[in-house]
Design a protein around this ligand. Sequence first.
Ligand code: ADP
Ligand code: MG
Length: 622
Amino acid sequence: MAEPGARRPIRELPDTLISQIAAGEVVERPASVVRELLDNALDAGATEVLLRLASGGVRLIALEDDGIGIARSELPLALRRHATSKIASLAELESVATLGFRGEALAAINAIAECTLCSRTANEPNAWLLDGTSGELGPAARAVGTTVEVRELFWSVPARRKFLKTDATEQAHCIDALRRHALARPDVAFAAWADGRLLEQWRACGSDEAARLARIADVLGEDFVTRSVAIEWHAGPLRLSGRAGIPDAARARADLQFCYVNGRFVRDKVLSHAVRSAYADVLHGQRQPVYVLFVDIDPARVDVNVHPSKIEVRFRDSREVHQAVRHAFDNALAAPRAAAALHPSTPAAAPEFEQNSPQAKAEWAQSAIVLEATPNRFASEAPPPWQIVRPVDAIAGATSGANTDARSVAATTAPDAPVQAADAADATVWPLGRALAQLQGVYILAENAQGLVIVDMHAAHERIVYERLKTQLAGAAIARQPLLVPATFAATPQELATCEAHADTLRALGLEIDPFSPRTLAVRAVPAALAQGDAVELARSVLAELLAHDASEVVQRAQDELLATMACHGAVRANRRLTLDEMNALLRQMEATDRADQCNHGRPTWRQIALRELDALFLRGR
Ligand code: ADP
Ligand code: MG
C-alpha cells in the first residue's frame, strides 16, 4: 500500500479488482444480489420466479426463472463488466424500459462470490452451465429459462462480511426485495424458500387494477387494503395509481412505503416529500404513513442512471411530479371515509333502542341545521355553534310546525346549511348513523347499520371548523362577523406591534383588531365560524402565532397551523350538553366534510364498534 506522498507508477487496475470495487456500490448485502437477480429475471420476461436462500443469503442465493434464457455463446459475456443486451446506444439509455441497463451486476456479484449460471434458450436442445470462478462451460439439464446461483457472498471481501447482520435480518431484507418486485408485477408468480422452508408464495393474477389490488393484499395483507384508499390521478405526462393508507393505519416506522417509477422501486426525496406534505394535515406527530405509489411517466422525463444500484432517479421536472403526487394523495385522503365504510347491502341490524321511537324520528326529521346563524352573544348560556332551526322559526308566516315537511324546511335554511335532511325513516342511510346519547360530556354515541359509532365531539367539530376556514380563505377571505360589543384586552407591546404589522393578514383571517388605547387592543370582528368562542383568547393566540412565524412566511404550512389554532378555539368544548338534534347535526356535518375522520392533530374523530364486537363482549352467539 502506498503511503501518502510516496511516488508509485500509475497502473491500470486488474479486471477483477475493478469489479470488486464496483461491487462495493452495487452489492451492499445479500438483498442487493436478490434485487439484481430479480431485475434480470423480470427483464428476461419471466412469468414465474423462484428464490432460494440459505443462511440469510450469505451461504446461497439462487434464483430460477422461466424467461428467455441466455444463449450458450453469450453465457461468458453475461459475467463480463459492461456487457449488456439491454442498451446499445445513448439514445436507448434515455428511453430505457428494462430494469437493468448498466451491464455490471453479474460481473460485480461474480467478483465477490462463487457464481454459476445455468441457462437455456428456446432454440437449444439442452441447457448450459457456466462456472463463474473457473470459467468452465458444460451441458446441463433444465427447461427454458435461467438459474443463477450465488454462494459464499463476500468470501473475498472479509471486511464487507463483518458488516452483515444476523442471518435472520439478512433474510428479512432479501424477502423485502422480493416483496418490492412482487408488488409491481402481479402478472408474475413469486415464491421464496429459505433453508428448505417455503416462506412466501404469490400466484400470478393478471395485470389489471383488480390484479394489482389482489397482489397488494397478498403481499402486504388484507388489512393494508381495507385500511387504504385508491390513488388515481392523471396529469399531463404523468399517471399515478396505488393505495394511500388512511391516517389510522400509520406506523411508527417508515417500513410500508413503496414508490415505483415506471415499475422500478425507488427511493426519491421528491416523491416522499410530496406524500409527507399531503399527510401533514391528518397525521399525528411522527407517525409514518403507509402507501404504495406507482408513478408512470414518459421515460424521457426521468433519468434512471443516477445511482449504480438504480434505486434513485432524477425527474426532469420535479415540481410537476411533486404537485401531482401531492394532489393525488390530497384527493385520496380528503374524502370522508364514513360513507365508504357503509355497505348498503348489509341488512340493518340496528337494535331497537328507546330513542328509536316514532316521535324521536319525526322530531329529528323536522329539524334542519343552520350554521353560524346567530350573531355573537356573550351570554353565559350561549347556544352551541351549530344552530337548530325548527320549522316554525324557519318558515316565515308558518303558524304551526307540526305538519311541516322536512324537505321543504331544509330548502329554506340559511345558505350555509350543508345538510339536507334525508329520509329519516331509514337511519342506515347515514354513514355515521343516528345519535343516541352523549357520554360524559365528551363523546356522542350513535347507531348505524354496523353497530355503535362513538364520536369525539370536540375533535370532530374542530376539523369541521378548520376545513371551513381553509375553504373560505382559499376563496378570498374568511367570513367575518362583527361583535355587538368590541372585546378589549390589555395587550403587550409585541401584541400591539404584531397587530399593526399584520393588519392585512388579520383581516384575511376574519379578524378585526384595532388599538383601543396605547395599551389596549379591541377585537371588533371575528370569523363567523368562530363566533361562539372567546374573542380575546382567539385574538391573543393568533397574534402569538403571527409573532412566532417569520413575517414573510405566509406559506401554506404556517397558514394551516394558524387556522388549526383558530379552529380549536371555536370548536365546541367538552362538557357542553347537546340535544339529540345538535348531535345529529354534527354527525351530518362530519359526513360532508373533507378529512373529517381525523382531528386537526391527526387523532381519530370517530370509531366504529361493530355489533359483532359487542356480541363478542357479551359472549352472545348470533
Ligand atoms: P444488465 O442487467 O444491466 O444488462 P447484468 O450484469 O445484470 O447487466 O446482466 C448482464 C446480461 O446478462 C443481461 O444484459 C442479460 O442479457 C443477461 N442476463 C442476466 N440474467 C439473465 C436472466 N435471468 N435471463 C436472461 N438473461 C439474463
Ligand atoms: Mg441486471
